[in-house]
Ligand binder design. Structure first.
Ligand code: ADP
Length: 159
């Protein structure tokens, strides 16, 4: 199987939800490129380099995953990489509206690129980087949300 896919996102930071999705994606697509977006509209807690490094650490055991940072439009980056499948995760109905809008916008920008959605395991379906950062800021136990190495980095940020 050699259909490549690009999984773009902020990953600020990577959570067990993203990891669950990547484990599923790596069984269906080869290779899976994780695109860490440099987002000028969104202020991120972790730098581009930190987000890439964390993703590399937590996906080191999956052979066909490659983590790269990118700037600009997702469809432009996909085309540059020769990839015509975008992967996104759908957690709940609440994700649907935004994800549909984005998929249709990307389709208008490049009709040769398809967006494919994967659903995480139900025990990951409530995890979001935003809420986890808030929990970290308030000193919560993060062990069921992110791997230890990520929890450590979150604690350092809010120390
Ligand atoms: P963005 O800022 O582009 O939404 P995120 O890093 O928040 O980036 O998410 C990247 C992708 O991963 C999105 O498609 C999002 O729906 C998905 N995702 C985020 N958290 C989870 C989760 N817990 N389970 C499955 N998919 C998720």
């Amino acid at each position: 199987m050699s259909q490549a896919a690009l999984y773009p996102g902020s990953f600020d930071p990577v959570t067990y939800g993203h990891i669950d999705l990547l484990q599923r994606a790596a069984k269906v697509f080869n290779p899976v490129l994780v695109g860490v977006a440099h987002n000028t509209a969104k202020e991120t807690l972790f730098s581009d380099e930190e987000r890439v490094e964390m993703l590399r650490e937590v996906t080191a055991d999956i052979d066909n995953i490659k983590v790269v940072a990118f700037r600009g439009l997702v469809v432009d980056f996909a085309r540059q990489q020769g990839v015509n499948v975008l992967l996104r995760g759908l957690r709940m109905i609440s994700d649907f509206e935004y994800e549909l809008q984005m998929a249709l916008t990307n389709r208008r920008l490049d009709d040769g690129i398809e967006t494919v959605f994967l659903m995480p395991s139900e025990n990951c379906s409530f995890l979001s980087s935003g809420l986890i950062k808030e929990a970290a800021r308030l000193g919560a136990d993060l062990s069921s949300f992110v791997p230890d190495a990520i929890a450590r980095r979150l604690r350092e940020k809010f120390a």
